[in-house]
Design a binder for this molecule. Structure first.
Ligand SMILES: O=c1[nH]c(=O)c2[nH]c(=O)[nH]c2[nH]1
Length: 302
């Protein structure tokens, strides 16, 4: 087998990237007896002048994935982890500016939350908070930055204030209209910051996350829903309206259907009290909300 590209071979190299995925790093800051914890999974994806490694087998342009993993740990020690976004920016800048062959870095971070064990806090005891996972994706090509932060696995439910009726009906429609249903979903949200470069001060990453999370929850709770699509729009719009540094929000909302159980065979009434929480299939409602004038940049599929 030859590693040489053959002129006769009708192929060429398309998009490619490489790096270490899911580097688990836990950083402890010891402030006397009060300790602080950041728990991340970091995925590095690099691209650039990588034709040779694919076509001729020369590794001369390759910063090894092992090195990228080591860099994550070394940077956690040297720079600390103030925020997922700030840490990802440091890594992206380092990879792109330190090696001529690397033209673009994409750093994805998942952050897992830990709460202090109370009420008598030891200062060093934590319980994993399984509410949701915080995410960020930072991309840098040497000139432009893009920061898309988000969350996933945030499960929410309204026991009323949700209707669904007035939809198209054809020969296959059996769904009964409802003026009062349970509305539940597992939110995946991504929001793109307008921040695009080192000439602007970085947004307050740590403050923004709980604010955006709060807006998503408040909009879900306060919207009298005529459809999950309408709820999606209110959630995204509330984030854009109240977060000046965010231009785009993309939401993926599976409709976690709750069906009323028919209890008549047992001589029982079911006045919106007992539901079957269905697993699948589920409706999947997805959409982007943009600030007026902003261009969509968050990928529709991942
Ligand atoms: O909020 C909803 N949107 C839909 O598009 C839809 N379709 C469906 O069967 N149930 C629902 N609910």
């Amino acid at each position: 087998m030859t590693a040489e590209p053959s002129p006769a071979r009708p192929t060429r190299l398309g998009q490619n990237q490489y790096g270490k995925a899911e580097v688990r790093v836990v950083r402890v800051v010891r402030d006397g007896d009060t300790h602080h914890l950041k728990d991340l999974s970091v995925s590095v994806a690099l691209s650039g002048a990588m034709e040779d490694v694919h076509l001729s087998g020369s590794n001369a342009a390759v910063l090894t994935t092992d090195t990228t993993k080591n860099t994550v740990y070394a940077f956690a020690q040297k720079h600390g982890i103030e925020s997922a976004e700030g840490f990802a920016i440091l890594l992206a800048r380092h990879f792109v500016t330190s090696q001529a062959s690397i033209h673009r870095a994409r750093i994805r971070v998942e952050q897992y939350a830990w709460d202090r064990i109370g009420p008598q806090e030891t200062g060093h005891s934590f319980v994993r908070d399984a509410r949701e996972t915080r995410t960020t994706e930072v991309t840098f090509d040497g000139a432009h930055w893009q920061v898309v932060s988000g969350l996933k696995d945030m499960v929410v439910l309204n026991t009323t204030d949700s209707e669904f009726r007035g939809y198209l009906k054809d020969g296959y429609t059996t769904l009964p209209e409802t003026r009062d249903r349970v509305l539940a979903t597992e939110v995946t949200a991504r929001w793109r910051f307008s921040w695009s470069g080192d000439d602007q001060p970085e947004p307050a990453w740590e403050e923004t996350y709980p604010q955006v999370r709060g807006h998503l929850l408040a909009a879900f709770a306060e919207t009298y829903s005529l459809s999950l699509q309408q709820t999606l729009y209110s959630m995204g719009a509330r984030v854009i309206e109240r977060t000046p540094g965010v231009d785009e929000v993309r939401l993926s909302l599976p409709n976690k259907h709750h069906f009323l159980v028919d209890l008549e065979p047992f001589g029982l009434k079911n006045d919106n009290e007992v539901y079957y929480a269905a697993d699948r299939p589920y409706g999947l409602i997805e959409g982007t909300v943009l600030r007026e004038g902003a261009e969509a940049a968050i990928p529709v599929t991942d």
